[in-house]
Design a protein around this ligand. Structure first.
Ligand SMILES: [Mg+2]
Length: 107
């Protein structure tokens, strides 16, 4: 269906330099910068790309905090469950998550 190349991947550098040198404030600024670009986008496609850029920055920030791919999968599974339990997710997503959990239970 999809693999880790289809998921947001952390970057090790960007136009400002190596992200390993970023402070927490640098990360927050970079997220804000991408969101500003999303708000300023003139087309639907450009807006989607800028939102995806913001996601990439957030994933890179998590990576910099020590969350590897499996840690991020575990984290998002927890977050998705929390949001599903709160009723924040669409029925379609809810059904997919439940099917996913059922499949894991069988493994
Ligand atoms: Mg951008």
């Amino acid at each position: 269906m999809y693999d880790s190349n289809d998921l947001p991947c952390p970057v090790i550098r960007d136009s400002k330099g190596y992200v390993s040198e970023y402070t927490e404030l640098d990360w927050a600024y970079r997220v804000r910068e991408e969101l500003d670009e999303a708000l300023a986008a003139k087309t639907f496609g450009n807006r989607a790309e800028e939102i995806a850029d913001a996601i990439t920055v957030c994933v890179s920030w998590l990576n910099a905090l020590g969350f590897d791919e499996q840690d991020r999968i575990d984290l998002f599974r927890e977050i998705n469950k929390k949001n599903r339990d709160r009723g924040y997710m669409e029925v379609f997503s809810d059904e997919l998550c439940k099917a996913d959990e059922a499949q894991q239970g069988e493994a």
